[in-house]
Design a protein around this ligand. Sequence first.
Ligand code: TLP
Length: 353
Amino acid sequence: MASLVVDLRSDTVTRPSPKMRRAMAEAEVGDDVYREDPTVNRLQERAADLFGREAALFVPSGTMGNLIAIKVHTRHGQEVICEERAHIYNHEMGAMSAFAGCIPRTVRAEDGILTWHLISPQVRGRSGHLAKTGLVELENTSNLAGGSVYPKEVSDEICDRAHTLGVPVHLDGARIFNASVALGRSVIDLSRKFDSVMFCLSKGLGAPVGSVLVGSKPFIEEAHLIRKMLGGGMRQAGILAAAGLVALEDGPARLHIDHGNAKFLAEGLAEIPGISINPAKVVTNILIIELSGTGLTSFEISKRLAAQGVLANGVTPTTMRIVTHVDIDRKDCERSLVALRVALGVRPKGVVA
Ligand code: TLP
């Protein structure tokens, strides 16, 4: 059904489905700080199972999940290697420095996809002068690189090589299910070599709140302590975990629809003068479009879109992010393309001068 407002700002904006709301209302709960919430326990078991891991931990947000992983893997004064556009570097309020005492060492990679060749010169061992590398972090899909996906061989090699140097590797898999659908490979397959994985229930999978960390038993035991330290002990969190269980059950099977809509948008956008986007590179649900050719800033374009009931955010003055999700259908995409043409003062498609 076409909506009043077409919200393309993020896949975090989705509202829980009626099935989720029912599951939430009926959830059996207990105090999760005592590990007595049966629904949270079920979600954690299911997540550990799906990722082929010993254990899992439900956390309030992806940001907290990443921070906990960084804190468990590293010591103060160490470096975390990540791509220049990584969420942990750009959008987590400097948490790795503020709470884990780490400094980021960023590396620029084409399409946000790091390789061992790019990482290896940045790895620092024990030294009298240099901060040691405590962790390598990869993001799959890479959000600000337009939802790009790591070929499994590339992330496997990074994990293998980092491990030979004694460096752990954490996966920010906020959208790992999107990567899994795009590649036609299971999340276990894509993530088995990582020391820890964070994935979000509250993005493409459509849950209202929550993320999950998965890893070994000792890792998750440590993660429990850090979560509590950060104020992330959530008591009767089964209410939220119930929605997460539905998200895991129903979410992955429909992500291809979001990917199809993103591709449709990319193809439509590529035809609009002034906009630059390569539809071939849009393989999941995120588009980063280049707007330099329009002569307007992304922020001005955002305003003009909002006036027509279409929401999309500028990332930089010349780029804008568009994200498809469960609350966006093909009609919404068509309407967004029309709105963008109006915002830019471009003739509607099919109308000749
Ligand atoms: N990303 C949000 C914003 O913070 C940018 C979004 O709208 O995409 N890892 C990745 C790759 C993410 O994209 C996000 C959220 C997180 C971690 C953090 O998740 P939350 O928002 O649950 O803390």
